[in-house]
Design a protein around this ligand. Structure first.
Ligand SMILES: CC(C)(COP(=O)(O)OP(=O)(O)OC[C@H]1O[C@@H](n2cnc3c(N)ncnc32)[C@H](O)[C@@H]1OP(=O)(O)O)[C@@H](O)C(=O)NCCC(=O)NCCS
Length: 361
């Protein structure tokens, strides 16, 4: 039977760091509040375009799989912060990588985007429609982070993670998946204007940043990530205690802890890196997976669960059996270019734009 398995992995985190202490200088918050309510200590801010991050992550994933870019049949860019809509930002990634034989598309399911892309790509590979797919979860959320709004700006960051999916005859890869959405309540986590809903040529700072009913999103995330994880574990024919590693979306340490409790998993079997990067939406899971592999926390034939929740309101979970190889075939020296500016220089246009909202309109 033809299955689809992850054969390569990689990440790209921009070097500029914005700490909780830095945020204390611009909004009425504290390191103590952010740390205890979210688990986040710092996040990365990108001085380059999202497709530059995506390309670096993609190069690492390709090297890990032992593939050249022209071996790819498809590039899927999971993102809700594309640098352009026409073209789809995946076109730029395809060009920067030199993936000359690939199709390319963006996929937007917000924070669940990586799992949506993995399920889509795995089905296409298993069906024989394509052979080799590069999936990238990439975000430049600093573009929509309203740095005057303490209820949201402390939560997010920029970054990219990538995987390569290829066919295999081994009984590995996705064992079960669940994709869900409740669009009737989509407005409780949204950017009110980032599309044709706005007036041409006008970007209103009051409607251009992320708006969120935090406690309600929190409640739904805890419920859905736990439920969906239990569903895929059951559908895979596993028992929760057999799960070797849960790699959850990194939105809030307390959401991760509640999901782990629902599965009765001890912390040693839950991967967490939210303290370092905050919520990077579609990038959290492929970055976390890459770091789990780097740290030797993925064993051959491990039973892994991915679970996510986010804008849409989407949720998704996947149960997959890892293959035999847990080390890269090769490495890449690709890296995000060194910044020639400070984090405050990079954020200056954001501070100016969102800082104007009281006066505008
Ligand atoms: C956003 C979130 C961290 C807020 O935590 P919370 O414990 O629910 O906090 P609340 O929103 O109830 O706010 C509690 C108090 O802290 C205040 N507060 C909010 N943000 C603050 C900040 N950055 N610093 C200091 N105080 C803050 C509030 O104003 C409120 O004050 P009040 O009691 O005087 O009114 C939490 O709701 C959350 O993580 N939600 C889900 C986020 C998420 O997952 N989003 C993306 C999904 S992918």
């Amino acid at each position: 039977m033809r299955n689809a398995t992850i054969t390569g992995w990689g990440k790209a985190l921009p070097p500029l760091v914005l700490t909780n202490t830095d945020l204390e200088k611009i909004v009425d918050t504290s390191d103590e509040w952010i740390t205890t309510r979210t688990g986040i200590k710092e996040r990365r801010i990108s001085h380059v375009e999202a497709t530059d991050l995506a390309t670096v992550a993609g190069r690492h994933a390709l090297a890990a799989a032992g593939l050249e870019p022209d071996a790819l049949d498809l590039v899927v860019n999971a993102t809700c912060t594309p640098e352009s809509l026409i073209p789809a930002s995946a076109s730029y990634v395809q060009a920067k990588l030199g993936a000359t034989n690939a199709g390319a598309m963006d996929l937007n399911a917000n924070c669940s985007g990586f799992i949506y892309a993995l399920v889509t790509a795995s089905a296409m590979v298993s069906a024989g429609v394509v052979d080799r797919v590069l999936i990238i979860g990439v975000e430049k959320l600093s573009y929509v982070m309203d740095l005057t709004d303490r209820s949201t700006c402390v939560l997010f960051g920029d970054g990219a993670g990538a995987v390569v999916v290829e066919p295999t005859d081994e009984p590995v890869g996705l064992a079960a998946s669940e994709l869900g959405v409740d669009g009737t309540v989509a407005d409780i986590l949204c950017v009110p204007e980032f599309g044709t809903v706005g007036s041409p040529g006008v970007r209103d700072p009051r409607r251009a940043g992320i708006k969120m009913e935090g406690p309600e999103v929190f409640r739904r995330a805890v419920t859905k990530m736990g439920e969906a994880s239990l569903h895929v574990i059951a559908e895979a024919g596993w028992r929760p205690e057999e799960v070797d590693l849960l790699i959850p979306h990194q939105a809030n340490q307390r959401i991760i802890d509640a999901t782990a409790r629902r599965l009765k998993l001890d912390p040693a079997r839950v991967f967490v890196n939210i303290h370092a990067y905050g919520n990077t939406s579609a990038a959290t899971i492929p970055v976390a997976l890459t770091e789990a592999l780097e740290q030797g926390r993925v064993k051959p034939r491990a039973k892994i669960v991915f679970a996510a929740f986010g804008g849409g309101l989407t949720w998704a979970a996947a149960a997959l059996t890892w293959g035999d190889r847990v080390t890269p075939i090769a490495t890449s020296d690709a890296q995000v270019p060194e910044p020639d500016r400070t984090v405050w220089d990079v954020l200056a246009p954001n501070l100016e734009f969102y800082g104007n909202q009281e006066r505008s309109g």
